[in-house]
Design a protein around this ligand. Sequence first.
Ligand SMILES: [Zn+2]
Ligand SMILES: [Zn+2]
Length: 226
Amino acid sequence: MVDGFIERLLPQRCRICDDATGGPLLCDACTLELPWNDAACVRCALPMAAPGTCPDCLRRAPRFDTAWAAFRLQPPIQHGVHALKYHADFAQARLLGELMTRRLRARAAALPERLIPVPLHPLRLMRRGYNQAVEIARVIARECAITLDLDGARRTRPTEDQIGQSRAARRRNMRGAFAVRADLAGQHVALVDDVMTTGATFDELARACRAAGAERVEVWAAARTP
Ligand SMILES: [Zn+2]
Ligand SMILES: [Zn+2]
């Protein structure tokens, strides 16, 4: 209690270099040095040398309209994502959510009407106690004043670990994994998760959202794997 009180009286310090920032969680210099995913595929956020459309998306377009990942999954972002997912370090959700919000506010495109965090299967949620996607989405929803939809979508069956699987295998593995009960008729929605790997999970959730009537489906991830 006393510690928390004193902390509030002290100036904010940068989480990385410990310089006084006078407000935000990171100083400007450290923010600039983060592994921002600025050059990426406009459809699936795959890191590339220059913005464009990647060969995979040219061959088969994803079922979401566009994907945006704020960062590449590299240090120090990688450590933050890990600490949130496996060690319940919720300060990382605040940091990631606020950094994502800064970029989202700066873009010209219209914001969605609804945020849908990628749901965990209830068994996994019970074991972990929280969903890291919800924790990040909560921050963005509050900062950008977008409706946070926590029960519009659910995962109907547990899916196997997808590490090391091919794109086609991941897609097969995800088929029918989500049910959307919200009425999304004519809506613009954004699906939110901590990490985007191949996009198979988002692709399947986007399919379910479209079946529920969604008109535009965006994907927002904190970090993208190479
Ligand atoms: Zn700093
Ligand atoms: Zn792509």
